[in-house]
Write a new protein. Sequence first.
Length: 357
Amino acid sequence: MTASQPVVELVDIGKTYPGTEPSLRGTKLETLGPALWLKKLGRALRLTAVSENAVQALEEVSLRIHPGEVFGILGANGSGKTTLVKIMAGLLAPSRGSGRVAGWSLHRTAEIRRRVSYVSTTGWMGLEWALTAEENVRFFARLCGMSGALAKERTDQALAAVGLLADRQKAVSALSNGMRQRVILARALLLRTPLVLLDEPTVGLDPVHRNEMLRLVREVLPARGQTVVLVDHQADALEGVLDRAAILAEGRVERLGTPGELVSALRQVRVLELLTRGGDMPAGPAPALVRQVVRTPRPGPLALTHWRIRVSEQPHALESVLVWLLSGGGEVVQVSERAPALADLFASSSLAAEAGA
């Protein structure tokens, strides 16, 4: 891979997961072989087998990510983000399409894995709970082939970068969720791979440590010559971090560009944030100017509901929305209006339909 070549180049990538295989009373059945022809087994299979349709996770995804970029893969849950990043990490093979990561074909998964740092925050992946934070990071460094001296040096640097030096001797089992998250992120800083993949890196972090982690992503990793891919479904804090982003919806790249270019698609839109007490979803259709409604009930005795409503920028839009909301009963206790942000691009067609848009 030369300095001018993309670090990631994907062309028409598709990924299909097969449906659930037939099973009989919890025992997996092979689809070939003489056992299937035993007397009455076919009838029993029809009565007890469970199967599902194949799942199309990705379809015709094409991307080019350049050296030194901080690139975002954004989208709602179930949009295909994690499947896509696992293909980039050499952990999954695509069902269709072609591409290269760090100069290697997608079929050369072992070579790709040597050149990619992939950090998933799901379940505090790979942490040894009986070890301290420092021992966890140093253990990982040694697993990656570092000498004892280099492992210690890199561990000290990584723990300092994520703000864990003071807690380095605490067992992982005694750490808070956010601190465990930072132990995982420290491991990503150990290696100098061309590509760093961070899957939901800010989950569980308080605002101070989230901002510090995003500063590392924006400033430190690119300065070391590393390209960063951030995978997230919460884009609120990422607009000032990303160079470009792809927004996925139902396994396809719906939009691609800089944060400014992406948000400009909503230049004729305003976002209303409301808090109501009591009431329900209005029975009648939403006003024609409503583009999307996200309704989130908040648990608790106050029976509060948070509404995020995207509307076309028109005079009296707020008044029209309030009349519609109050037709469902209850009362409005808080109202704010703002310009759209990157997170507002995660439109949901089902929610839009529910709103009558």
